[in-house]
Design a protein around this ligand. Structure first.
Ligand SMILES: [Fe+2]
Length: 193
């Protein structure tokens, strides 16, 4: 498996919240996951990816996919820290929570890739549309990198697919942070229609 150092540096530049992960090996796996995902797409940076939840849903008026990943991660940290402060028995592993938040959309480079979108739109009856969503591709990326199972669970189950299973505590927080992000931006007039 080849991951370029250039893409690793691009991920580090985009996501300052990586510093919130104290475990160096987990932090490096999160960087590798994004670098691997970008390396198998047309994108060279998370900043180049459309700032929307799905390729065809409204995007942020200003900002990029990086602002979404960072926003959700900061929201998830705020929720977790607040709850842990009030309820110390809540089993929150902060490193795991941050890794889950940073990786929840790690599959987007594949689903949002214009080449894949074009191929799927060309003949949906043959390919399915989309053939593979970011949740499924993100699970593949996390498994390939060898990230902990719960981070794979975050990539795969933060969205609608998670309604078919019982989400873990960290992924429940990430799911609500993700949905709160898009709902707040919509109601607050920050999405381009
Ligand atoms: Fe998201």
């Amino acid at each position: 498996m080849q991951i370029s150092d250039e893409l690793r540096q691009s991920v580090i530049r985009s996501l300052p919240e990586l510093s919130e992960i104290s475990d160096e090996s987990l932090r490096n796996q999160v960087i590798d996951a994004w670098a691997y995902s970008l390396g198998h797409s047309s994108f060279k940076s998370i900043d180049e990816i459309r700032a929307s939840g799905n390729p065809d849903t409204p995007k942020l008026k200003s900002g990029t996919q990086t602002d979404h990943i960072r926003g959700v991660t900061q929201l998830a940290i705020a929720i977790a820290d607040s709850l842990a402060n009030q309820f110390p028995k809540l089993p929150i592993n902060r490193d795991m929570l941050v890794a889950c938040a940073l990786c929840h959309d790690v599959g987007k480079p594949f689903e949002f890739d214009p080449k894949n979108q074009e191929r799927w739109r060309d003949n949906p009856a043959a390919s399915g549309f989309p053939a593979i969503r970011h949740t499924q591709y993100g699970t593949h990326v996390c498994l390939t990198i060898g990230l902990p199972e719960e981070v794979c669970h975050a990539a795969g189950c933060h969205s609608g697919e998670g309604e078919l299973v019982e989400r873990s505590l960290h992924v429940t927080i990430v799911h609500h942070a993700d949905y709160a992000f898009w709902a707040s931006m919509k109601v607050g007039g920050q999405l381009a229609i």
